[in-house]
Ligand binder design. Structure first.
Ligand code: HEM
Length: 467
């Protein structure tokens, strides 16, 4: 390849690196990955507050694979090579179970939901939940998403700055309530639907309140919630069970398309139905996993777009002239999720010795994949820090190079829904609004639980509104 074409490249390839399970003897011949030599407490603090600086610095100083101390109790090894990612995504389930079983959501959704279970239990729940999340099933939601977006966008002021993230969250919550519970718009007073919608909105708002976030920390590592979380959840549970019981009694459930109604009819291979507790755990998992992630992903894409005039102009031109709209929208979303993955790191626990390039890790080691580092590899994404949606025109993202939804048997169940929501909302906003950043400086990332969100909530000003 000439240097000219190298400079023009928008997507490249990493040179290969051996990875995967190895036998004990081979494992003992290879060195273990280098360890970050910073006191444990400081590592935890830096990882939680400034993960970007933390992982980029470690990679600069120690190389592609390194081990942390204390970030989760036994300190994961962190890697960001596509071949290492592939080895973990395609591993036998028992050799690399997911670390989400140890997630902060565990005390809230319990140890048996599709997110927190591992092994055969996980596969069973996943099979039951897959059909309603399938691409074709999701296409039917496009109109409902467009309605939720239009109701919200119509209310935004012209000329007064506001944060996009909470507005995106209002849309994604409406979509979740409709898609999961079949609750569209504002249900009648006194119905279980209205009661549930109110308590979910209230608890989600409360969860961003700093004392409530501290209270959440008390739950880490537990199976059952304590304190404030427990009090909030018991109200939520009563209302969820009331709705489940109403739907069980209702005629015509078979004709409803919401996920709760579909799950009421779902049967495992042995013909078993889900119990109320299982239904509650899965429904809550979907609400919690599904709406803040999607909302912040959209907020980040806008945070980038309003600071990259060339990309914004190109998208606006394509959408407003109805030229290859789908391709341009997809490219912008893909680049948004590459440069600002809302979930910056995911992990597996290897149960056998595992090779990661020049190193080997012993059995029972947590191995994390830094989505942030992988998405900013210079060999795969030339000019990784530039926001260049044109990388993706006419090209699909690589399974092990672009992983904002994770991968393998733990790949995000809601990926098709999240993509549909982002497409519909982004297109509606581009068509109707001219947006500008409130301040030219980029927003930095703050970390909340497992997510990475824009520090000011992606603040913008609507400069003009089109009919
Ligand atoms: C842009 C939005 C979203 C992002 C970036 C995202 C990202 C992720 C990631 C990184 C994982 C872990 C994958 C792994 O470990 O390999 C995950 C799992 C999951 N997500 Fe999402 N997600 C999004 C939206 C949604 C939505 C809308 C739903 C459902 C309504 C959802 C439901 C789930 C569930 C149930 C799991 C657990 C799957 C399993 O363990 O089998 N997510 N998501």
């Amino acid at each position: 390849m000439t240097s000219e074409s190298l400079d023009d490249r928008l997507i490249g390839e990493a040179s290969s690196s051996p990875a995967g399970p190895i036998d004990r003897e081979d494992g003992s011949r290879l060195p273990e990955p280098p360890v970050i030599q910073v006191p444990r407490a400081l590592q935890v603090l830096r990882f939680n507050q400034r993960q970007i600086e933390f992982v980029f610095r470690a990679r600069r100083e120690l190389g592609e694979v390194f081990r942390t101390r204390g970030v989760v109790p036994d300190g994961p090894v962190i890697t960001s090579h596509p071949d290492h990612v592939k080895s973990l995504f395609t591993a036998k389930p028992e050799q690399a179970p997911s670390l989400t079983g140890e997630s902060p959501l565990r005390p809230i959704v319990g140890p048996n939901s599709v997110l927190t279970a591992i092994g055969p239990r996980h596969m069973r729940q996943r099979k039951l939940l897959l059909p309603p999340f399938h691409g074709e099933a999701i296409e039917r939601y496009a109109e409902m998403i467009a309605g939720a977006a239009a109701r919200e966008i119509d209310r935004w002021p012209v000329g007064t700055p506001f944060a996009l993230a909470p507005r995106m969250q209002a849309i994604t919550l409406d979509v979740i309530m409709a898609g999961i519970f079949g609750i569209e718009g504002r249900p009648r007073r006194g119905t279980p639907e209205r009661a549930l919608r109110t308590v979910i909105r209230y608890l989600l708002a409360l969860s961003t309140w700093p004392p409530a976030q501290l209270a959440e920390l008390m739950n880490l590592g537990r199976d059952e919630p304590v304190g404030l979380t427990r009090a909030g959840l018991s109200i939520l549970d009563r209302r969820t069970y009331a709705l489940i019981s109403k739907r069980r009694r209702e005629a015509g459930v078979a004709d409803r398309r919401d996920i709760l109604s579909l799950l009421l009819h779902a049967r495992t291979e042995d013909g078993e139905a889900l119990t109320d507790r299982e239904l509650r755990d899965e429904l809550l998992t979907l609400v919690l996993a599904g709406h803040e992630t999607t909302a912040n992903s959209l907020a980040w894409t806008w945070e980038r777009l309003v600071r990259t005039p060339a990309a914004y102009d190109r998208l606006r031109e394509a959408v407003r002239s109805d030229t290859e709209v789908g391709e341009h929208i997809e490219a912008v979303i893909t680049e948004g999720m590459r440069s600002r993955p809302v979930i910056p790191i995911i992990g597996r626990r290897v149960t056998v010795p595992w090779r990661l390039g020049p190193y080997a890790v012993p059995p029972d080691t947590p191995v994390a994949m830094s989505i942030l580092l992988l998405h900013h590899r210079e060999d795969v994404y030339p000019q990784p820090f530039a926001f260049r949606p044109e990388r993706w025109l006419g090209r699909k993202p690589g399974t092990y190079e672009w992983i904002p939804f994770g991968g393998g048997i733990r790949r995000c169940l809601g990926a098709a829904l999240a993509m549909a929501e982002q497409r519909v909302v982004l297109e509606a906003m581009v068509r109707q609004l001219d947006l500008e950043a409130e301040q030219p400086e980029p927003e930095h990332a703050v970390h909340r639980n497992v997510t990475m969100i824009p520090s000011r909530g992606a603040r913008v000003i609507v400069r003009a509104r089109r009919a």
